[in-house]
Design a protein. Structure first.
Length: 175
């Protein structure tokens, strides 16, 4: 997987000036990007992909987001390709029919060939990734919460609240 958080950039953000943690930091970067990719269907590299999707709704949503182009859509029951004049890509994530009608119902009915994923990660998403990396680096060792002198922090709550909302906004998914 192509990394969109460079080690040098990440070390500057973490204020790490030595090389002794390079392997750890790179491992955290790789794990974070894999986790975000699987959790939010965000692609960290732009690739051609084919998905088999269910019909019946007003949109088809390919798995790898964002979708940058659609090569073809084929009805697997009739083996007929849809004319590109009949559908459009909306908000980089959903394919809708121009006339607003539903896609013909059927489990695994539609084959969508497309290009999905980022060619360049938006600055706002990169900032969220760096913030999550900072939290992971400074909270390593399996500690879920800390307290001192009457103050406490729950790292799991932090991971599941503000950062999740920001990533959800970036990926177009709502949780």
């Amino acid at each position: 997987m192509a990394s969109y958080l460079a080690l040098a950039e990440s070390k500057r953000y973490l204020r790490v000036g030595h090389a002794s943690d390079d392997v750890l930091i790179q491992s955290l970067i790789d794990g974070l990007e894999q986790w975000v990719t699987s959790k939010f269907s965000i692609g960290f590299s732009s690739v051609a992909q084919t998905d088999t999707l269910d019909g019946g709704g007003t949109n088809l949503r390919p798995y790898r987001q964002p979708v940058t182009s659609i090569t073809s859509i084929t009805d697997l029951v009739t083996d007929e390709a849809e004319s590109s004049d009949l559908y459009a890509l909306r908000a980089g994530s959903e394919i809708v029919r121009d006339d607003g009608s539903r896609w013909v119902r059927g489990r695994g009915r539609w084959s969508v060939v497309y290009v999905g994923g980022y060619t360049t990660v938006p600055a706002s998403l990169k900032n969220v990734l760096l913030s999550l990396l900072y939290r992971a680096y400074n909270n390593r060792g399996g500690v879920d919460s800390e307290s001192s002198e009457g103050y406490s922090v729950n790292w799991q709550a932090l991971m599941s609240s503000d950062m999740m909302a920001q990533i959800s906004d970036q990926s177009g998914m709502i949780f």
